[in-house]
Design a protein around this ligand. Structure first.
Ligand SMILES: Nc1ncnc2c1ncn2[C@@H]1O[C@H](COP(=O)(O)OP(=O)(O)O)[C@@H](O)[C@H]1O
Ligand SMILES: [Mg+2]
Length: 181
């Protein structure tokens, strides 16, 4: 199976939006040998029991993804982290919100490639959600620090609709330029 770490990031961010959060904050941090992300939402939250069920790969409800034999989403994150000697954490409070994080050793042969970050940021900004999405991006490589922040409501004001093809091309170029600086 071919997938990238950014696919995990998109999946976990989508969960936060599906939890009816009106604020979703994503942090993506790279160092020389680590890729780390954190998704924080103020959505419906989970009990301890719900977290256990959610990370169990054999506990898929079979409704949302009828052709899927094992759950992707959270089980996908935990399994990918475990086989590659990375890690994960879920903190949640029912009715208050959830924070999911994952970290990966980018030098481990079993760690998937990071993938196209500006591309996945654009996908995330286009998710159908009435709430705010904030992306914090930080790089700290060989003493060079770089960071930027993307706020969806500001992007919408700047490029207009996030549905129009021309705006999406512009947005893609803008996100790529941020990453290359
Ligand atoms: N951020 C979150 N807030 C509340 N519940 C969540 C969150 N993330 C996951 N869950 C719960 O865990 C379940 C499993 O998530 P996931 O593994 O992504 O599978 P799926 O999204 O396909 O149901 C979700 O259906 C949801 O009930
Ligand atoms: Mg999901």
């Amino acid at each position: 199976m071919h997938f990238s770490l950014v696919d995990l990031v998109a999946d976990i961010t989508q969960n936060a939006i599906e939890a009816d959060a009106d604020l979703v904050e994503l942090e993506v941090i790279n160092t020389e040998n680590e890729f780390r992300f954190l998704v924080k939402d103020n959505g419906k939250g989970m009990t301890e029991e719900e977290i256990k069920e959610a990370v169990d790969p054999f506990n898929t409800d079979g409704v949302k993804h009828p052709n899927r034999r094992v759950g992707l989403g959270l089980p996908f994150l935990t399994q990918t982290a475990v086989v590659s000697n990375g890690g994960w954490e879920i903190k949640s409070e029912k009715g208050t919100g959830t924070t999911v994080s994952g970290w990966f050793d980018t030098g481990n042969v079993d760690t998937p490639p990071v993938g196209d970050l500006p591309g996945i940021f654009r996908t995330i900004l286009m998710f159908n959600s009435p709430g705010e999405i904030i992306i914090h991006r930080r790089k700290s490589i060989n003493g060079n620090e770089d960071e930027y922040k993307i706020i969806r409501s500001e992007i919408k004001d700047a490029v207009g609709s996030l549905e129009d093809a021309g705006s999406l091309v512009l947005l893609g170029e803008y996100l790529r330029s941020l990453e290359e600086e």
